[in-house]
Design a protein around this ligand. Sequence first.
Ligand code: HEC
Length: 116
Amino acid sequence: MQHLFKLLISALLIQTLYGAEKYDSKTFRVITKLCGMCHGTPFYFAKQKDEESWMEYFEEDQTLVKVHQKDPEALKSVQSKRFRYYREDILKFFIDNSKYSGVVHGCDANFCGTHH
Ligand code: HEC
């Protein structure tokens, strides 16, 4: 019984933590995994472009593939199932944090204001 109670408390705690986050941390982690090793942290990467360029890159399936044509490692990322599954979320994340979005983040477990 006590065990169950602990479990319940931790579940609630996790939910509160997630709810308090100001951005989509799940997508943050997906982008870190898929693009981070070449493009830097997701926030840094998102800020490189404005909303319009992000939309262009994601408008057609082939655009990001073409951009990475010469890079087998990158192709693996942009053609992965994971990328396709999160595609809309990834675009939304980039737009939300793009060049003129004016979003500035403080410190948390993923990110601490630095630009790399
Ligand atoms: C293995 C390294 C690698 C990975 C992984 C990678 N890229 Fe790239 N990406 C590159 C390189 C290198 C270029 C520059 C290509 C050029 O200019 O010829 C590039 C260029 C781009 C560009 C064109 C604009 C720019 O900044 O030069 C976009 C947009 C882009 N990548 C998005 C992504 C996204 C989104 C992901 C993750 C889903 C990703 N990339 C994963 C290496 C990578």
